[in-house]
Ligand binder design. Sequence first.
Ligand SMILES: C[S@@+](CC[C@H](N)C(=O)[O-])C[C@H]1O[C@@H](n2cnc3c(N)ncnc32)[C@H](O)[C@@H]1O
Length: 214
Amino acid sequence: MGRIVSSVPMWYDVFSLFYDGALEKLYRAPRAEAVAALRLPPGSLVIDVACGTGQNFPPLKAHLGDGAIVGVDLSKGMLRRAERRAQKAGWTNVHLVQSSIHEFGASHLETHGNRATADGVLCALALTVIPDWETAFQRCFDLLRSGGRFAIFDVFAEKRTFQTWSTELVSGGDTSRQVWKPLQAAVNDFEMTYLPGSPRVFGGRLYVATGTKR
Ligand SMILES: C[S@@+](CC[C@H](N)C(=O)[O-])C[C@H]1O[C@@H](n2cnc3c(N)ncnc32)[C@H](O)[C@@H]1O
């Protein structure tokens, strides 16, 4: 596992102990739809931003074949699970980097993905959690090659309910953020689709937003 910053005690290190057990089955179907919307051909290089325990890896690998995933996350605990997942599946081209996305740049992508820009960027349940998310979005968008695909899979709570509050309490996120807006402004072919899933379960509506970099 590559390492850019040292780990700080984090809630997600603790959450990693039960994250997959609590959430993997619940998000599996909408997550697969979101990954499919990236429309990445086999052999692509994709950055999985704040990859967590690697729940995106199975659907990503189904599309990428022998392409590569560079997963970046701040939490050592989450990455330990991701590493175990990749090892168990025998994937050799999954590269994990412990770093804040705010400190991850082209030189790191070159080191871990052998190229300075990626064919795809996936932000799954990430931009509603990452502090200073607009800057994080721009940093990730800059790492995408021209013609590359960007996908955001997240939750948006238009109306706040008890479930919104409890989901945010557990995730440390803010589901009132309209994190698709900078992508919408940056591409010509922006698409946003609400995915099946009750706000009573997810705290808001699940969606996937995609676009191709000009
Ligand atoms: C809700 S989890 C989502 C994990 C994964 N993307 C998924 O879809 O299951 C949010 C993740 O964001 C990570 N994270 C929070 N702030 C970050 C930052 N500044 N840079 C990188 N990762 C960060 C956390 O460690 C955690 O793994």
